[in-house]
Design a protein around this ligand. Structure first.
Ligand code: GDP
Ligand code: MG
Length: 184
């Protein structure tokens, strides 16, 4: 049996970490090395077939789901920060993105997590995403640090490369698997 449902996701994190690139890779399977900074926020959608539950969840698979992702890609700059609640308040999931070569972008996630805890929906599904995994030589944030931080938030953790496409689909699909079907 298949069902159609939607999952509303917001991407948050510093400017330049690759939020727009992750959306572009997921939705169109493209990468633009010289993408322009997002103004305010932008919206993208894509429907994918999601099977079963994530591999860190041992519950019985729910079968095939056609999930329509509704993705808000926000701008990281401080001047747009006051707009963020408009996007995360209506979301079922938030992806906190940092750049594995920029420790400051990793530290900045704490502010987002605090803000979501205070003002976000109580049942918001959280993911922490360490992006730019292709830049192995320039890595300054250990995978372990990302994983530990994610687990302290009860969030799932995925390292991605919007450039190579590595694990980008897995990020979005695993997020969707954590959103309870009922609330779609
Ligand atoms: P945003 O401000 O968070 O939306 O970041 P962008 O998506 O605009 O990306 C900022 C810069 O990082 C751009 O030059 C992208 O091409 C680059 N970028 C994004 N993702 C990756 C990635 O996975 N690997 C590499 N090497 N560069 C990336
Ligand atoms: Mg952007």
């Amino acid at each position: 049996m298949s069902t159609a449902e939607s999952v509303k996701v917001v991407l948050l994190g510093d400017s330049g970490v690759g939020k727009s690139s992750l959306c572009l890779r997921f939705v169109t399977n493209q990468f633009r090395p010289y993408s322009e900074a997002t103004i305010g926020a932008s919206f993208m959608s894509k429907t994918v077939v999601v099977r079963g539950l994530s591999d860190d969840d041992d519950a019985v698979a729910r079968g095939e789901r056609h999930v329509g992702f509704k993705i808000w890609d926000t701008a990281g700059q401080e001047k747009y920060r006051s707009l963020a609640p408009m996007y995360y308040r209506g979301s079922q999931a938030a992806i906190l993105v940092y750049d594995i070569t920029k420790p400051g972008s990793f530290a900045a996630l704490r502010d987002w997590a605090d803000e979501l805890r205070r003002n976000g929906p109580s049942d918001l599904v959280l993911a922490v995403c360490g992006n730019k995994s292709d830049l192995r030589e320039d890595r300054l944030v250990d995978r372990r640090a990302g994983e530990e931080y994610a687990s302290s938030l009860g969030a799932l953790y995925v390292e991605t490369s919007a450039k190579d496409g590595d694990d980008v689909e897995r990020l979005f699909v695993d997020v969707a698997r954590r959103v309870p079907s009922r609330s779609h």
